[in-house]
Ligand binder design. Structure first.
Ligand SMILES: *Cc1c(COP(=O)(O)O)cnc(C)c1O
Length: 395
């Protein structure tokens, strides 16, 4: 039998990533290839670097897109900075902080875990205590937007502590970049990585990455070569840094086209407008969810604008409703990870996914499913609560 063409079913992606992708980004993906050393392609790389500096709010010369998903950026951050015997303080309040600590240990480093319950932030005071007790510390690593819990970690006080203790500051901005401020230079973040498929609304496959001069100096001063050859930034620099452009590995050409277009769209909207859009849509979503008895896990003030994690109370059949959302309405949302498995929903309003229309579509679908399940007697409450948020903002 001849193989059939694959046409993906229609989906509204409102999970923890990937997010919806703009038509123009999809179109950029399908444009003809250039060689990765073609002058025309090198110009695209320069352009991407400049736009990445814009979204990271940095002047860092070393600002690139790593070939690989966000996890490649996470791994690159640790393997380039951490040498055997180095102490790294890691904030652990969800899945991604847990992974950072694991990678530190795989590099032969000592991970000092500063833990907080899933859904809470890591208190800066706890980081300070760890810095005082741990002796010489190479770096502090923390997750800005914990996608596994919806917690929004304040960075400024920790950045200050890192300055005071002459320690490098490593930040996971995978979910926050392009949806909330990631102010590399103003805060003094030394190493930061992200991913394309969250608030940048590009397919997965690249990891925006930036290094401060302090971080570059630390990499230069290493006693041992980076344990990863593929992610060795000293080698990658020779391709991305202007001038040399020496072959290291073949750049993912089409993905870079897509990223360039996605960054252009971010720029067209403007960062302040983009951040405000994410904030407004999350407020409307939360107002609606609360009417359905679904309360955010993180406390007010520490809730991410691009990822809302709500507790699903008994007797709502968590997995069943999620499956119905997908099969009946074509809407994807996320379930819980680790200790939160079966207990929460994670709703992403990232990049192109963050619109009023999507918020109302999801709330309506949830209302319909709850009515069918016998758990909602007054239809329209969630939609009205969300609509009130929008009309308040419009007036
Ligand atoms: C998604 C995510 C990652 C991992 O990114 P991948 O693209 O899945 O490899 C790392 N950190 C955080 C906070 C994330 O949300």
């Amino acid at each position: 039998m001849p193989a059939q063409n694959f046409t993906p079913p229609r989906r509204l992606l409102l999970g923890p990533g990937p997010s919806m992708v703009h038509q123009q980004v999809l179109r950029a993906l399908s444009t003809p290839l250039l060689g990765h050393l073609d002058p025309a392609f090198l110009a695209i790389m320069d352009d991407i670097q400049a736009r990445l500096r814009g979204v990271f709010q940095t002047k860092n010369h070393f600002t690139i897109a790593i070939s690989g998903t966000g996890s490649a950026g996470m791994e690159a951050s640790i393997v380039n900075i951490v040498e055997p015997g180095d102490t790294v303080i890691v904030g652990v309040n969800g899945l991604f902080g847990t992974r950072l600590a694991t990678i530190v240990e795989r590099c032969g480093g000592k991970a000092v875990r500063v833990e907080a319950p899933w859904g809470q932030i890591v208190e800066p005071e706890a980081i300070e205590t760890a810095l005082r007790r741990s002796g010489p510390t190479k770096a502090v690593a923390i997750v800005h937007a914990e996608t596994s819990t919806g917690a929004w970690q304040p960075l400024e006080p920790i950045a200050q502590l890192c300055r005071d203790h002459d320690t490098l500051f490593i930040v996971d901005a995978v979910t926050s970049l392009g949806g909330a401020p990631v102010e590399i230079d103003r805060l003094g973040i030394d190493v930061c990585y992200s991913a394309t498929q969250k608030c940048l609304s590009c397919p997965p496959g690249l990891s925006p990455f930036t290094l401060s001069d302090r971080a570059l100096a630390a990499i230069k001063a290493r006693r041992s070569p980076c344990q990863s050859w593929y992610l060795d930034m000293a080698l990658i620099a020779e391709y991305w840094a202007e001038g040399a452009r020496a072959y290291h590995h073949t750049a993912p050409i089409s993905m870079l086209y897509a990223l360039r277009e996605a960054l252009r769209l971010v720029e067209e909207e403007g960062l302040p407008a983009r951040f405000a859009r994410h904030q407004l849509n999350s407020e409307a979503l939360i107002a609606g969810l609360i009417e359905l008895g679904l309360f955010p896990l993180p406390p007010a003030g520490h809730r991410l604008p691009m990822l809302t994690c709500v507790t699903v109370p008994h007797p709502i059949p968590e997995a069943e409703v999620r499956a119905d959302l997908l099969s009946t309405y074509g809407i994807e949302i996320g379930g819980g990870l680790g200790p939160l498995k079966g207990k929460v929903w994670r709703i992403g309003l990232m990049g192109e996914s963050s619109t009023e229309a999507h918020v109302l579509t999801l709330l309506n679908a949830l209302e319909q499913l709850f009515i069918r399940g016998g758990g909602l007697s007054t239809p329209g409450v969630a939609l009205q609560a969300a609509a009130r948020v929008y009309s308040r903002r419009a007036s």
